[in-house]
Design a protein. Structure first.
Length: 336
């Protein structure tokens, strides 16, 4: 068979996209998304203006076309098409192509039927079943715990829900807190006043807030103390009413600090506790307050516990591999 005859036997489908700007998002930076789809489905994609020509085996072409239409619909709805979102959707089509029901169930995580968190700058969606359970818990419970490794979205989603509740008027203010536990460098040795000393510990919270609120608006809310970011020690003696309260890195709170913080919960407030029990930086012999809270409160009604694993990591894919390697080492009794 000649090359011409071979090419003529291939199936071809043209997919039209009305908005070229959205098509650019679908294709990815330097057409990286198209290259990944070509590799996964063993097809060729040729871009022709607002059309994509898909060439290859008929079944593969039709699956790839469905995927591209799903990506375009997300872009039309203003949903994220970041690399991690694209790779998760691609994996759905790759792993369950023979089971349409399973595909539809998994795509619900990425479609209009999923949970959305609306903020001033963007709309956030849970990316894994564990994240979906966690977000539902944040919406429905006054006290929630999110426990799991770094990179699973525990803090990011809690901040997103807090901002969403704040801009909708469900709470009057947002309060974020972290234990200022020193990891190698003493606070007293750092330059500046107390705020300048503790701000490095709070930077992940500032980073998340900047993703959800315009800079000027965020600065105004912080100045008016409608959004507060403070070390855990500053929470003593306060009653936190009509607020959304987040305690991050809670594995580094002592048992007494955790009890103090939990009893700050006031009328009309919601409280979220996040942490990673594999990353405790407390002095040797000091029991983690997060560990004790999990032990004592797991059977208390109306308190939600959500757990994450390496499969929920939404940072660079290498992070999940690193976490799994460390977990494997710990299971063998290797100190980490």
């Amino acid at each position: 068979m000649t090359n011409t005859e071979s090419e003529s036997s291939l199936f071809q489908e043209l997919v039209d996209f009305s908005d070229n700007r959205l098509l650019i998002d679908v294709c990815g930076e330097f057409d990286a998304n198209l290259a990944a789809i070509e590799s996964s489905f063993d097809i060729q994609i040729v871009r022709r203006g607002n059309q994509l020509a898909l060439i290859g085996d008929e079944d593969n072409v039709q699956r790839a076309a469905t995927l591209l239409k799903e990506l375009y619909t997300r872009a039309e709805d203003g949903k994220s098409l970041e690399q991690v979102d694209f790779m998760r959707i691609l994996s759905v089509f790759d792993s369950v192509e023979a089971n349409q029901d399973a595909k539809e169930n998994q795509l619900e995580m990425f479609s209009k039927g999923g949970i959305e968190i609306k903020t001033r700058k963007k709309t956030i969606e849970p990316r894994t079943p564990a994240q979906k359970h966690y977000v539902k818990a944040l919406m429905e419970h006054d006290l929630s715990f999110g426990i799991g490794p770094a990179g699973t979205g525990k803090t990011y989603l809690a901040v997103a829900v807090a901002v969403s509740k704040f801009i909708s008027g469900e709470v009057d203010r947002i309060i974020f807190s972290r234990p200022a536990v020193e990891a190698g460098e003493k606070l007293g040795y750092l330059p500046g006043d107390m705020k300048e000393k503790v701000d490095p510990y709070m930077q992940p919270l500032y980073d998340a807030l900047n993703d959800f609120l315009p800079a000027r608006q965020l600065a105004k809310y912080i100045e008016e103390k409608k959004i507060e970011i403070a070390p855990l020690a500053f929470m003593r003696g306060r009653t936190l009413a009509h607020a959304f309260v987040v305690l991050d890195e809670a594995q580094n709170a002592t048992n007494m600090q955790m009890k103090m913080f939990l009893t700050r919960l006031g009328e009309g407030s919601k409280m979220v506790i996040t942490g990673d029990l594999s990353q405790i930086d407390l002095p040797k012999g000091v029991v983690s307050g997060l560990y004790e809270a999990e032990r004592l409160l797991s059977d208390v009604d109306d308190i939600s516990f959500s757990y994450f694993s390496a499969s929920d990591v939404v940072r660079h894919p290498m992070v999940a591999k690193i976490i799994k390697a460390y977990e494997k080492g710990q299971s063998r009794g290797i100190s980490t």
